[in-house]
Ligand binder design. Structure first.
Ligand code: DGJ
Length: 733
């Protein structure tokens, strides 16, 4: 049994072949953290808890001065009665105070994993076991459930908390964290993924220091500024070795992720909805479900962590219909046209696209209302007849006739002040009475907490999708939330709107994606502004960044790969000079970069020379032949971007392997570089496609390959091997 309760030690042992997690019950009341790491065959309790009479410590049992909540390693914080570390929850009683006293009550272990009402979560029915620990506050009749699901095949555990009011008075949740955990050590580095629009997902590594280190979003979305993720790693941990304890929140709104290195050298970790600007009124018999956190343990460094995330998200998070389905090579119209669209020009672009082998033609922004720039028409999802006289139907038909799928851009959550929708429904924008409406990109945000707005969006999208002519939707979202208030809800509920917005969004996505499971949805928020596991539950891929420059993308995609596999990261070959940074990079390099994500193009193919078009055609043919490797193979980082922006990675599956090395900036004093593959099957034989030379996997892993000198910026070296199925074949044959 993967989860067991030991009556003697009063411990729950959550155990699979790769990982153990141990929870204790202390004094029949307090739920403690006892162990997390490499799998243990059994747990008896050699790592006894420390009980010392410490200065300033308060004691729940007055005579027992060595026992204090202030130092006990806990699985949830306590509130107002002695645990002075960061708090995971806070509940305001009608009497005005925020004291609670939750005691362990009982537990339940069952096979499987329950879905969370209204929230996305990791999907699993088999090979998982769930432990639910119930705590009760008998003064106010409140309940807290700590829910743990252990995967049998991955060193992965999911955690969440549920707060229930079984009393007679409404209480107010002022903080409803998803999880809290006290690790007994502190010699960790903290890893986070940070950035900004067009510069997402930079890995930051810093030593944890006394006090609190926190990352957060109060922008209404998970944001490009920080991933809802953190990892604690041993100081020696690298891509290839060492312990990693990683946490990723399955949520798309305001979040907090924080660690506290406390006075006696232990480390508290917490993740959940951000408590600022948040409140939830919990009436009698109501419960509040918090978003889930994925806890990922690796003893094989950061590549090990990424393998766990990649497999979990591809197999258990994205919509089931898409987990094994190949993705089409697309051409997106944005950078070629911006808002200047005409049916004639688009059809010409589509014809060119079809002629080189593009499989999906995506019409981006600009096709509706009076959308001639980004200052109007959001909400008026009616085709502009001047641009498209035969409507979406006419263009879609033409694209289909050319043998491609057809995709369309929407930004459903937004409303322009200059729109018919705003004339008709000014109350549908998020707003606070008497205060000005702050615009971003000259647009406002629809109040998705309202059911009438949700219904309107469901009906609008359904009308387009039910024609059967749209095979793909790009769901964009280009600003953050301000004046987060709603006419629909009472004054006392205004601090609930941030979370209600996210619940409304999830409801719309749930209805639409279930109704149209075969439509491919691409998540976008000015690129990676809302690239989080919550959105990936509904949409299996994301436009990774509005920065399409190959060099910048090598850093951004490298960063996102810590959490997401390449198939989830939209990556397009765009024109040169690049529109965001003005850089010229070789078409070949742009191709390899885009193939290292979810492959597509975003330029006017008609402007390319015959030689360039031939390269594009070759890229498409190559990608089609190796799509299984790029989309479903294993992806490993081999070299992080250095000061000259050189970086490299490896794709491998049962049949073949491709290593890609970007040289970044060329330099005269080139260091000698052997690129080691690390992750090929050591006993297998690999034949280099270009030379037919055969090598053992062990040799390629350990001796590596020489990176030849090329006097050119942004050059790419690609090494491609076929795996020879019979490992007894001699290396020299
Ligand atoms: C932001 C997206 O990231 C771009 O790709 C493009 O779709 C624009 N919005 C359109 O307004």
């Amino acid at each position: 049994m993967p989860i067991q309760f030991d009556e003697k030690t009063h411990c729950f042992h959550l155990n699979n072949p790769q990982m153990s997690y141990v929870i204790g019950i202390e004094k029949e009341r307090y739920v403690t953290h006892r162990y997390w790491g490499n799998t243990l065959p059994s747990y008896v309790g050699s790592n006894h808890l420390q009980f010392i009479d410490r200065g300033f410590a308060t004691n729940p049992f007055p005579e027992e001065r060595t026992f204090s909540l202030n130092t006990l390693p806990l699985e949830t914080s306590t509130q107002g009665n002695g645990d002075h570390r960061i708090a995971n929850y806070q509940i305001r009683a009608q009497a005005g105070h925020t004291i609670t006293d939750f005691h362990y009550d009982s537990y339940r272990i069952f096979a499987g994993k329950e879905a969370i009402p209204g929230l996305p979560s990791v999907r699993a029915t088999t090979d998982v076991t769930t432990l639910e620990i119930l705590l009760k506050d008998s003064v106010q009749q409140l309940e807290m459930r700590l829910i743990y699901t252990l995967f049998e095949k991955y060193p992965i555990l999911t955690r969440r908390a549920v707060y229930t009011n079984v009393g007679e008075a409404t209480v107010v949740l002022e903080n409803a964290g998803s999880m809290s955990l006290d690790l007994a050590e502190s010699a960790f580095d903290l890893l986070t993924l940070d950035g900004s629009h067009t510069n997402e997902a930079n890995l930051t590594r810093q030593t944890i220091r006394p006090g609190i280190q926190r990352l957060e979003s109060t922008r209404g979305t998970s944001s490009p500024q920080h991933q809802p993720f953190l990892a604690l790693v041993d100081r020696y941990t690298s891509e290839f070795q060492g312990n990693v304890f990683a946490f990723h929140l399955v949520y798309s709104g305001n979040f907090i992720a924080q660690v506290e290195l406390e006075q006696y050298g232990t480390t508290r970790v917490q993740l959940g909805i951000h408590p600022d600007h948040f409140e939830w009124h919990l009436a009698p018999m109501e419960q509040f479900d918090t978003p889930e956190v994925v806890l990922n343990y690796s003893n094989q460094g950061l590549n090990g962590m990424s393998q766990n995330f990649h497999q979990l998200y591809q197999q258990h998070l994205v919509p089931t219909a898409w987990k094994n389905k190949e993705r089409p090579i697309l051409l997106n119209t944005w950078e070629a046209n911006y808002f200047e669209l005409s049916e004639t020009a688009l059809i010409k672009q589509a014809e060119k696209a079809a002629s080189v082998g593009i499989e999906l033609f995506v019409l981006d922004d600009g096709w509706f209302g009076e959308r001639h720039s980004d200052d109007s028409s959001l909400g008026d999802w009616v085709v502009n007849q001047e641009k498209l006289p035969n409507g979406i139907h006419g263009l879609a038909q033409e694209v289909h006739r050319l043998g491609m799928d057809f995709g369309l851009w929407f930004e459903p959550e937004m409303i322009s002040k200059q729109s018919q929708l705003f004339q008709d429904h000014p109350e549908w924008a998020l707003q606070v009475p008497d205060y000005p409406l702050t615009e971003g990109r000259q647009q406002l945000v629809l109040d998705l907490s309202r059911t009438d707005v949700q219904e309107y969006l469901i009906a609008t999208l359904t009308d387009y999708l039910k024609t059967g002519e749209i095979d793909y939707i790009k769901w964009d979202m280009n600003r953050h939330l301000t004046e987060v208030g709603s006419h629909f809800f009472a004054a006392h509920q205004q601090k609930e709107i941030g979370h209600r917005y996210v619940l409304g969004l999830y409801r719309i996505l749930d209805v639409i994606t279930q109704q149209f499971p075969n439509c491919l949805f691409e998540n976008c928020s000015s690129g990676g502004g809302r690239f989080d596991p919550g959105m990936m539950y509904y949409m299996p891929q994301t436009w990774t960044s509005d920065n399409s420059d190959a060099l910048c993308r090598s850093v951004i995609q490298y960063g996102y790969s810590y959490l997401y596999p390449p198939i989830m990261m939209g990556a397009h070959v765009s024109t040169t000079p690049n529109h965001q940074v003005g850089r010229n990079t070789p078409l070949e390099t742009r191709g390899w970069l885009a193939m290292s994500g979810n492959f597509g193009y975003e330029l006017d193919l008609q402007t390319l020379s015959d030689e360039e078009l031939a390269i594009v055609q070759q890229q498409i043919v190559f990608y089609q032949a190796h799509r299984q490797l790029f989309q479903f193979g294993r992806f490993y980082r081999l070299q992080a971007p250095d000061t000259h922006f050189a970086s490299s990675w490896l794709f491998t599956n049962e049949e073949e392997a491709i290593a890609i090395y970007f040289n970044g900036l060329s330099r005269p004093a080139l260091p000698t570089k052997y690129l080691k593959m690390h992750y090929l099957e050591a006993a297998a034989i690999y034949e280099e496609v270009a030379t037919k030379q055969r090598y053992s996997g062990a040799e390629l892993n350990q001796a590596g390959v020489l990176i030849p000198r090329v006097k050119e910026d942004f050059h790419t070296h690609v090494f491609h091997w076929k795996k020879i199925s019979d490992p007894r074949t001699s290396v020299s044959s």
